[in-house]
Design a binder for this molecule. Structure first.
Ligand code: UD1
Ligand code: UDP
Length: 355
C-alpha cells in the first residue's frame, strides 16, 4: 500500500483534485490523505466543492489564509512539514501554482519525500506573476511531473528536465476530466435571474486587482461590452474587497455582479453563455471545453494552444482590445476542434503512475 498526501488549499485545486481522488480511491494499493491548507476558506470558495464533487473530507486542516505571500507560504511550510513527519507518506502530490502548491513542494523536498506535481510544465514567462515563481520552483523539485499539454512537456525539455532525475508524463488535463464527470449535473444558479444571452466574466489575478488603473480599465471594457451583451460576473472575494467603496468606476446596469458560485453552477453558466471574459487559468480551458470564445484579460497565457487555435484572444486590460475581440468573435465565431487537453483520462493516468 502506498500512501499519498495531497496538499490543496485554493478553489482550482479542489476542482483538480476531485477526479484524481476518485481515481486513487479506485486503486486498491493507494491510500490518500488530504491536507487542506485553508488558503481559500469562504463556504462558496471551499466547502461547496467538497460537497458537490464528493471530495473526501480533509484529514488535516491548517486554516492559514489572508496573509502576504511570505507569511502565508512560510506558515504553510511549517504546518505541512509537521503533518508529513506524522504521516510518513510515500508521496506528496500538489496541484497547479498557488502558494499552497509551493509550500507543499518545499516541505516534501526538504524531507526527501518524493513529490508529484499535477499541471507541471506550464509557463507564462512572466516572473512578476506569483504563480510563475510557484510553478517553476515546484517543477524543479518534483520527481513525477504530470503535464496537461504537449506545450508543457516541451517547456520542461527546454529547461533541461530530460537530464534531471524525474519523470515527465503527458497525462492530459485533469480539469477536462472534471468537466466530463460533472457536466451532466450542471445546475442553474439559484436566486439569479439570468439574461437570455450573456457573457460570463471573472477577474481575480493579482496583476488586475492590485493596481487601480488595471481594474478601472477592465471595468470600462466590461461596461462597453455590456451595452451589447449583458455580463454575469461571479466576483472573487479578492476583487470584491477592492471594488467595495474604492472610487473605481461603477459597473453598468447590464452587469450582474453575483457571489462566487459552486462548480455545478459555473458549469451551467459556461454551458449557457455566449462567450467568456476572464483572467482565470481554469476558465480559459473551460471556455474551450464548452466551445465558447474566450477574451483573456491578460497579456500572456500558459494555455498557448488556445490562442493558436483562434478561440482565445489576449487583451490585457485594454478596453479597446476587449471590444475589438468581442466584435471579431461575434462577426466570425471561431471553429472548435477537440483534443487539446487529452482524452479525459488524465486522472487515471496519474493514479496508475504511483503503482
Ligand atoms: C489564489 C492563487 C491564484 C489562483 C487563485 C484562484 C496564490 C499566490 N494565488 O489567488 O494563483 O488563481 O487563488 O482563485 O496562491 N479571500 C477571501 N475568501 C476566500 C479566499 C480568499 O476573502 O475564501 C481573500 C483573502 O482573504 C485574501 C484575498 O482574497 O485577502 C486573496 O486570497 P489569496 O488566496 O491570497 O489569493 P487569490 O487571489 O485567491
Ligand atoms: N469557478 C467556480 N465558481 C466561480 C468561479 C469559478 O466554481 O464563481 C471555478 C471554475 O471552474 C474555474 C475554477 O473555479 O475554472 C478555477 O478558479 P479560479 O479562476 O479562481 O482560479 P485559476 O484557474 O485562475 O487558478
Amino acid at each position: 500500500m502506498k500512501k499519498i498526501v495531497t496538499v490543496i488549499g485554493a478553489r482550482p485545486q479542489f476542482i483538480k483534485a476531485a477526479p484524481v481522488s476518485r481515481a486513487i480511491e479506485g486503486e486498491n494499493n493507494l491510500q490518500e490523505v488530504i491536507l487542506h491548507t485553508g488558503q481559500h476558506f469562504d463556504e462558496n470558495m471551499s466547502q461547496v466543492f467538497f460537497d458537490q464533487m464528493g471530495i473526501p473530507r480533509p484529514d488535516h486542516h491548517l486554516n492559514i489564509h489572508s496573509l502576504t505571500h511570505g507569511a502565508m507560504t512560510g506558515r504553510m511550510l511549517e504546518g505541512i512539514e509537521r503533518i508529513l513527519l506524522q504521516e510518513e507518506p510515500d508521496w506528496v502530490m500538489v496541484y497547479g501554482d498557488t502558494n499552497s502548491t509551493l509550500a507543499g513542494a518545499l516541505a516534501a523536498s526538504k524531507l526527501h519525500i518524493p513529490l508529484a506535481h499535477v499541471e507541471a510544465g506550464l509557463r507564462s514567462f512572466n516572473t512578476r506573476m506569483p504563480e510563475e515563481i510557484n510553478r517553476i520552483l515546484t517543477d524543479r523539485v518534483s520527481q513525477l511531473l504530470f503535464c496537461p499539454t504537449p506545450a508543457a512537456m516541451k517547456n520542461l525539455s527546454k529547461e533541461g528536465f530530460d537530464a534531471f532525475p524525474c519523470q515527465k508524463i503527458n497525462s492530459g488535463d485533469v480539469m477536462y476530466d472534471a468537466t466530463l464527470l460533472f457536466r451532466e449535473k450542471a445546475r442553474r444558479p439559484r436566486h439569479v435571474e439570468l439574461p437570455e444571452k450573456f457573457a460570463l466574466a471573472t477577474v481575480h489575478r493579482e496583476e488586475n486587482t492590485t493596481r487601480h488603473k488595471q481594474l478601472m480599465n477592465i471595468i470600462r471594457g466590461l461596461n462597453d461590452l455590456a451595452d451589447q451583451c449583458p455580463v454575469v460576473l461571479p466576483m472573487h472575494p479578492r476583487t470584491r474587497k477592492l471594488t467595495d467603496g474604492s472610487g473605481l468606476p461603477a459597473f453598468s446596469g447590464n452587469i450582474m455582479v453575483i457571489d462566487p458560485v459552486g462548480y455545478l453552477e459555473v458549469l451551467y453558466l459556461l454551458q449557457h453563455c455566449q462567450l467568456v471574459i476572464t483572467d482565470s487559468g481554469g476558465m480559459q480551458k473551460e471556455a474551450y471545453f464548452f466551445k465558447k470564445p474566450c477574451i483573456t484579460l491578460r497579456k500572456e497565457t500558459e494555455w498557448t494552444e488556445l490562442v493558436e487555435a483562434g478561440t482565445n484572444k489576449l487583451c490585457g486590460s485594454d478596453p479597446a482590445l476587449i471590444m475589438e475581440a468581442f466584435r471579431q468573435f461575434t462577426s466570425t465565431p471561431p471553429r472548435f476542434t477537440g483534443g487539446l487537453y487529452g482524452k479525459g483520462n488524465a486522472s487515471a493516468i496519474i493514479a496508475r503512475a504511483f503503482l
